[in-house]
Design a binder for this molecule. Sequence first.
Ligand code: NDP
Length: 572
Amino acid sequence: METSADAPPQTFYDGVKARFAEARDVRLGYRPEGTAQYTSDLTGALAKYEIDPHADDGAARAPIADTVECLFIGGGFSALLTAARLRERGVESIRIVERGADVGGTWYWNRYPGAACDVPAVDYLPLLDEMDYVPERLYAKGPEIFAHCQAIARRYDLYDLAVFRTTVISTTWDETERLWRIGTDRGDAMKARFVICANGTLSKPKLSKIAGMETFAGDSFHSSRWDYAFTGEDLCGLADKVVGIIGTGASAVQAIPRLARAAKELYVFQRTPSSIDFRNDRPTDPDWVARLKPGWQQARRMKHMRGREQDAAKRAELAALSREEKILRQENANIDHMMRIHRRIEEIVEDPATAEALKPWYMFMCKRPCFDDEYLPAYNRPNVHLVDTGGKGITRINARGPVFEGREYPLDVLIYATGFEVQRTGIYNEIRGRDGREINQTYADGLRTLFGVHTHGYPNLFIMGGYQASFQFNLTFMLQTQGDHIAECIAYARDHGHAEIDVSPHTEEWWVNEVIAHRGKTSRNQDCTPGYYNFEGQFNRRQDGNYNGGFLQYYTHMQAVRNELDAHFVFA
Ligand code: NDP
């Protein structure tokens, strides 16, 4: 984002910033309870929102009581990428224990119409070198990504020992046997030398707590549990139906254009608009593919991570600025970007009031940005109605549908696109390390990890995708980085005949301080409109979040630690 020479006066930027603050305060004022406004306790009347629509009844099976070397809790990309590296290092005994009926994680569950990834497929789809695969288009759609996950599992023989439709509920370190004991909801009593928590960051669907929601008489489901039995595979079942969708985050933005085309009427209940930029999807250039050399994806990823060196003149110019000037520059450029997003809405959406309501009033990246060419035009259809709640959200639902400002919206089907619980380690799972200490107890005064992966007192346990790790828009690259690291740690322990690998307290303390040093440098988190990026506006300890020192730094630190494993870990 660059500021142009004919930029507006500073008073313009100050005015926009004030408007951002106003929008945040309005939204926060309605839901001051932060993350408590949601529930992910999907039991009782809400249990149906978590039922897997993709699995059959799941034949009963005898409980398993065996021992494997590496056990993954979860079968999404975290598990697949790490398991691939373990296989390359000769580890044979690998088990995935997965709640769904197949591997794929996010891409197993999220099959809503239009599901696709916003990161270019050549970057997002992992192991393309190893799988000898080049995606056909710039952006991969859900089914292609899910199929890629299955192909990885087949290629690395991960189906053999995998256990599906099974949820790990306890993971307990056995001091005598120096193994983890894993209990599941199917009565299994498995044991594993190494356990990798690969259960994802946004895996458990959450619902906004809305008065009367359990009384709704029509069909209703969460976006990650799409009810194709009701909608029909091609949504043809909606042709005579009035459909409502709550939420306008990344899931809803992809589903809404398809719903708009299929439904008789569509009501979109919006609390905060997303920023929508162009997508411009296109086929992969065959000439580019023809020029690819073996190892191209890894080379491309490393090039991206290192970034382009800033030229000397630019570096000198930046160095001459004070901290305040740098922040001001960044903020103004960010506002310029958001004003372009606003102009795009004005150009596409015909009804001025609808266009106005769709404008996001917050800094770019306060919320997950969206990229879609069909979302905004959907509002020009006569059957699509935006119900803008001005930051309040839907707070009441009756048997017929949502009620807002005294008006009832009768619906045949209501879709909750209200997102996912952000989790730190095990979601359904209690983890007890040395002395039976539960991991949340260990984290009671703040997260304590090395790289978000290791915690002292939890030997042979590795956590993927959690906090205190670097945040990457291209999540699979981050997960691959962690997977490579974990596989090397495990291989080192095995090769040296060690039964245990535990991070040293000293190294863990170093990393916690590293995380703290890079967090809370700006007021960005407090200034942003609430969402899961900033813990819904709640206060958060500086160590309880992502490592903000940059991905290259994260990667470099990991490599440095791996070069001296004996100095940073206690082996036994
Ligand atoms: P989000 O958490 O991003 O969105 C939840 C939505 O529900 C928000 O718009 C929220 O409003 C709204 N909401 C919550 N309660 C209410 C209420 N009572 N009334 C009205 N609206 C309400 O969930 P998503 O599933 O959309 O996305 C989660 C994440 O998954 C994304 O951020 C992204 O990381 C990933 N994803 C990526 C995709 C991609 O690559 N294209 C596609 C889909 C998901 P408010 O903003 O005010 O809180």
